[in-house]
Each structure stands twice: as structure tokens, then as C-alpha cells.
Design a protein around this ligand. Sequence first.
Ligand SMILES: *Cc1c(COP(=O)(O)O)cnc(C)c1O
Length: 217
Amino acid sequence: MLGEILSKLAPFNARLVAVSKTQPVEEIRRLYDLGQRVFGENRVQELAEKQPLLPSDIDWHLIGHLQTNKARQAVALASLIHSVDSFKLLQAIDNEAVKLGKKIDCLFQFHIAAEESKFGFEEKEAFEMLHSPEFSALKNTRIRGVMGMATFTEDRGQVHREFRRLKEIFERLKTEFFADRPEFNEISMGMSGDYDIALEEGATMVRIGSLLFGRRT
Ligand SMILES: *Cc1c(COP(=O)(O)O)cnc(C)c1O
């Protein structure tokens, strides 16, 4: 399955985040031995348990909602945090990164789904933050792009429209705030059920769990 997915990503130059939440370390090791190096966890606690048991050259991404009081652990363990969804959280991440003497890559998670429950910035909120002097004062966070989750629906047209919107938000941010930042170049969107759509709409990273590992327990 890994090879099949990678061959679908290749023409789009997109990268795979293997979402290993709830998977035992043996399963992660199996994909590692096949060459996969980027894994995504959605809970810091689970990441902290697995990380010491697995090879140190794994690139761990945090993809799930993060509470400010877990920011230190997240910064210490992850190379990229996909789920930055408030300025308060971003500040906490930056503070911890300064204390740890580490630069940390982050994505802004945007709320693009019709469902109420999903986390993420609204566009207006993000633009206000980016205009604020407090944002410019951040030291050790590097904003690399955006992340979003589409509505869980059979309506593929709707999923196309939601991912397209995330791409448009990315382009607007790039033009207005990150024009001189070549590292602002990532769009994390697409999961097992909709990654083909995400690729067509410009994903640079897809986050795939169940399709790779089988259904979660
Ligand atoms: C679980 C999860 C995924 C992967 O979901 P699958 O449907 O198993 O591919 C992707 N992104 C986030 C944020 C997740 O929590």
C-alpha cells in the first residue's frame, strides 16, 4: 500500500505523512523499514511514548489539536506542528522554542469544513493576527504554510471546493505576508478518503492513516 500511495503522490511532488496514531511501534517500524521517515501523531502524549522506542531519524509531525500546556513537549519532539489554531498557542510554542533553543516549523490550521466541530482559524482571525505587532515579535517559530480538513462527506464537489478554498487562503497569505519567505510553501490537506482530491487542488503534503495501516483499533 505504501508504494501505491507514493506512486500517486509522485507526479504531484507531494509528500506523505504516515499517520500512526493508535498504531503500535512494530507497525511504524514496518513502514520505517520500507523507507518511510515522516510520521504524524495527533496526541503529544502518544508521541512522547513512541518516540524513544523508534529510530531517531524519524521526522515526527504533530497533526492534532494542541493545548498550550503541552507546547513544550510538542516543540521538543516534533519537527512540524500542523495544528496551530490560535495566537495564544503560537505564542506558547514560540516561548518554549526559545527556552529550548530550537526553531520550530508550524502550519496554520484553517477551518474549511462545514462541520462546526473541527478546529482551526477563521480567515479574518488569522489576518488580524498577522497584522499585529505581537506576531512580528515571535522569534523561534517558522511559519511554513497551512493545514485543513475537509468535511466528511460523499459529496466530492464539496470537498474540491473546500480544498480549493484552503489553497486560495494560502495564496493570499503568501502574497500579503510571506512574499519574501520562500519557506512558506506547504499545504497540508487530504486524508485516506480524500487525498486524491487534495492532490488535484494543490496539496504539498497528505496525511494518511487508515489506508496505510488498516483500520485503527
Ligand atoms: C487521523 C488523522 C488523519 C488521517 O486520517 P485517515 O482517515 O486515517 O487517513 C489525518 N489528519 C488528522 C488531523 C488526523 O487526526
